[in-house]
Design a binder for this molecule. Structure first.
Ligand code: ATP
Ligand code: MG
Length: 421
């Protein structure tokens, strides 16, 4: 009986993993120029971390988390992380990083887990690359995070993306908006979907980005949060918008975009792609000034985003990026003497960074040549008794089929000169 993978969990095979590695490398390069450093946090956390930071009434906490009992501590629960921000902030608070330097710009990459309905661009184990800038409340750092993302998209050649921008206000002005919206929704409560009706008191804002058609209709003329912003939030948002415009980044204002998680305030954004169909958000994020304190730290602000790597690579694959590279050299050997001579040579050259392959079992010359072709080797080195006696080996270029004789004493230097840079 075959054992299959868990539904919604998928493998990433050679051939596609190259796109992933390339994306990750580009992210590392660009994030470093903005002075973000990598942090690696656990995949498993105490459930409480997520219920407290994301909010009890969010989809993730209500129904999507992989949670189970901690056998080491009676009554306590553990959860596979559904997102990265909570863990990063937990690590920041727990390590008291802020005592040395409150401003920390961090990034992470890795798997996240949500029990959602699997479909194209939506998995139960998916991967995010995200950044968190902690310790700065100025609007320019919001802009930095957006520019970093814009630079990244350009570097990987992602086209037709669009940025949607909103401000969710702060602890001073959002409650005012909340009341306005609640009053508006109360008048139309009976047309809202069950979910929105159930959480209208606790989380009325969610009705604005509910995916149900009826909620969409019902909230068409709802008050806009942008009209409720206090003076400080208004100023903050104006600088974000001006700076983006100056940097040449186009965006659309979307006052209905409230984001799924409770911890957001002020600047929030979503980057979508027209090529993705229903699951069109590639990256999303915003400011979360209360979160560090909520998780037991001092009042330190933060802003960040997370992007979905599956959705990104889906877009890049339709553009056909580079595939797995073949070996620089494939060693074809005939006879035990040739094998015993070639094996240590291969080891030496690999240690010097050359990508080489050779077989362990005797095979015909023809079948080894076929194999070299299949692996897309750049060149083939042919070794047999005859070659070793004459101290002259043949190297065949697989692209133009030209053969070259090389003297044994020049061999390593000659082969090393082929190393891909
Ligand atoms: P969506 O509206 O598509 O459900 P979200 O608002 O739940 O997205 P976030 O929690 O902000 O998404 O995560 C940021 C990014 O992570 C998304 O824009 C998306 O690219 C990716 N992502 C989120 N959930 C999944 C999933 N189940 N499978 C694949 N990628 C995902
Ligand atoms: Mg979601």
């Amino acid at each position: 009986m075959k054992i299959t993978a868990v539904k919604g969990f998928s493998d990433i095979f050679p051939g596609e993993v190259e796109t992933w590695q390339w994306v990750e490398q580009k992210a590392r390069e660009i994030f470093a120029t903005y002075c973000f450093a990598e942090i690696r946090i656990p995949i498993l956390e105490k459930t409480e971390l997520f219920s407290r930071s994301l909010g009890e009434t969010t989809d993730i906490v209500e129904k999507e988390m992989y949670t189970f009992a901690d056998q080491d501590a009676k009554g306590s629960l553990l959860t596979l992380r559904p997102e990265g921000t909570a863990g990063v902030v937990r690590a920041y608070v727990e390590s008291e990083m802020y005592k040395i330097e409150p401003v920390r710009k961090l990034y992470y990459m890795g798997p996240m887990f949500r029990r959602e309905r699997p479909q194209k661009g939506r998995l139960r184990q998916f991967h995010q690359i995200g950044v968190e800038a902690l310790g700065r409340s100025d609007p320019l750092v919001d802009v930095e995070v957006l520019l970093l993302l814009d630079d990244f998209f350009q570097a990987v050649g992602l086209e037709s993306t669009s940025l949607q921008l909103n401000s969710l206000g702060c602890v001073d002005c959002r409650p005012v908006f909340r009341e306005l919206l609640l009053a508006f929704l109360k008048e139309r409560e009976e047309v809202l979907c069950g979910n929105c009706r159930r959480r209208v008191e606790r989380n009325p804002l969610r009705a604005l980005d509910c995916k149900e058609q009826r909620c969409n209709e019902a909230t068409k003329n709802a008050p806009s949060i942008l009209d409720s912003l206090c003076e400080a939030c208004r100023r903050h948002f104006a600088i974000v918008r001006q700076s983006l415009a100056k940097a040449g980044v186009d965006y659309t204002l979307n006052p209905r975009m409230v984001r799924g998680l409770d911890y957001y305030c002020r600047t929030t954004f979503e980057w979508t792609s027209g090529q993705l169909g229903a699951q069109n958000a590639v990256a999303a994020g915003g400011r979360y000034d209360g979160l560090v304190q909520e998780l037991g730290g001092p009042p330190i602000p933060g802003v960040g985003f997370a992007m979905g790597v599956e959705r990104l690579t889906l877009l890049l694959r339709t553009k056909e990026t580079e595939k797995e590279a073949g070996p620089t050299l494939y060693v074809v050997w005939v006879g035990a003497r040739a094998r015993d001579w070639a094996f240590p040579l291969v080891h030496r050259l690999r240690r010097r960074g050359l990508k080489i392959e050779m077989e362990g079992e005797p095979r015909s010359l023809k079948s080894q040549m076929r194999r070299a072709d299949k692996l897309r080797a750049a060149s083939v080195l042919i070794v047999g008794d005859d070659e070793l006696d004459r101290e002259k080996l043949v190297v065949r270029n697989m692209a133009n089929k030209q053969q070259q004789e090389i003297h044994l004493k020049d061999l390593e230097i000659e082969l090393m000169s082929r190393k891909a840079t």
